[in-house]
Design a protein around this ligand. Structure first.
Ligand SMILES: [Zn+2]
Length: 214
């Protein structure tokens, strides 16, 4: 089977898997376990309704999960083989995506497991910046914004998880007084963790749409 899961699908399924195993370990009442299971399976089928029958059948091996950690590990290892990695951009592609920026720290792609990333982002605190690479309609896009070095606990606008977040601001349009409008969002300071918490494409897309609308 060709890879058919996006990294965020994998992290969604990983959370469901861990939640199911935890339920089996901590709950005695069979009907409660049954209710939790069927809710999870319905959520999975809805989230992954675009898959083929064969692909969905492979994912639904999650129904075998009980309290065993070995089963969890095996299932997740199998899922991982179905993940489509973030497409590695060329150096020219990255430069083009950040055309306004002269100094770009190129990611060392060889050291990065691209199956972890729905988008790829890194901080360059020398420039007080976060650089975000993502694909829109298969085209590589870049978003650079100012990143505060002050980290606090909060909800991230991208992944909707609770983590160490920092204010990320992007220069918007020029207003009547000739000044740039800037608006900020609190997002995960660490974008690796952000990717691990991102479970649907919609959250990331909404973040991008909001920024572009500014
Ligand atoms: Zn995040």
């Amino acid at each position: 089977m060709e890879p058919f899961l996006e990294p965020y699908n994998y992290y969604f399924l990983r959370e469901q898997t861990q939640m199911l195993a935890q339920t089996h370990r901590s709950v005695n009442d069979r009907s409660t376990i049954q209710a939790v299971r069927s809710l999870a399976f319905d959520a999975i089928k809805e989230e992954l309704s675009h898959l083929t029958q064969e692909e969905l059948a492979a994912v639904m091996a999650i129904e075998k999960i009980t309290d065993s950690q070995r089963e969890v590990d095996q299932y997740l290892a199998t899922l991982r083989t179905f993940v489509r990695p973030f497409k590695q951009p060329s150096e020219a592609g990255v430069k083009k995506a950040f055309a306004k920026t002269k100094k770009i720290q190129m990611p060392d792609w060889e050291q990065i497991d691209l199956k972890d990333y729905s988008f790829y982002a890194w901080n360059d605190m020398g420039q007080q910046s976060k650089f975000i690479l993502y694909y829109q309609n298969n085209k590589l896009q870049g978003l650079q914004g100012n990143l505060s070095s002050e980290i606090k606990k909060g909800i991230c606008t991208i992944c909707h998880g609770t983590s160490g977040v920092s204010l990320f601001t992007v220069k918007g349009k020029v207003n009547k007084d000739g000044q740039y409008k800037t608006k900020g969002n609190y997002i995960c300071y660490n974008s690796d963790e952000c990717n691990h918490q991102l479970q649907t494409k919609e959250h990331f897309e909404t973040f991008i749409e909001q920024i572009k609308a500014k």
